[in-house]
Design a protein around this ligand. Sequence first.
Ligand code: ADE
Length: 274
Amino acid sequence: MHISAMDNTIENCQEIDADEVHFLESIGKGSFGVVYKALWRGLTVAVKKVETESEVNAFCNEVQQLARVQHENIIYLYGACTSDFQKCLIIEYADGGSLYHLLHNSPNTEYNLAHGISWLLQCAKAVSYLHAIQPRPLLHRDLKPPNLLLTKGAKILKVCDFGTACELSTIMSDNRGSAAWMAPEVFEGKLYTEKCDVYSWGIILWEVMTRRVPFADLGLAVRIMWAVHQKQRPPLVTGCPKLLENLMKRCWDHNQARRPRMEEVVEKISVVIR
Ligand code: ADE
């Protein structure tokens, strides 16, 4: 498929006929559009459907980025429907819901440190893969538990929602992402790099260890940003293994140059479950 919508070009992605997609119930919302469970050629799939014209850019971006990546911890793209009447992307269906749902809305689902570390490692591996893409790293820019889906009895984690992903360039200063997981340099309008994903990962580490929503007491996004700008971070976790506490603190360092690379995060976190 090769289409242009405004200045958007989509390549290397299978065109899917909308008539072949049988929509079932709505299962959520992404950075754009509404996500449905659906049937396509006998497969259960997830379909993310564009609702308004203003979402077309994010849609084209997501298809473009997902079509270039292939990793066991990144949601698989079957194809997209890019007609003038209906724009949607058809992706792998993850039957375990999001990590956010498991952590915060499923009090009866228990997990231990090994499970938690396994999710964090799988997420780190996916992001480390994105950051190693040539010629330029791919930044996810909206890493947070609602965008981490679970399958196979919550054992396998898949990163999703590439609506705001982009290649690293020298002029990155647009404000993307979600306040509680957003690195300070991003909302401060400063230049940022792939280290913004490392910051988000550090917040997710805290969230998995505490099973609390970061900055829940602050509420409004502007209040969270003000606090983070003032170098406030989530409270340290009692009983947290030192290795994890140190990694967490390094990942959310105000100075992005002092944060580890995602590759190093993978190495450090692997040691914990070895
Ligand atoms: N919610 C958003 N994307 C999803 C997917 N691919 N599978 C299941 N639930 C989702």
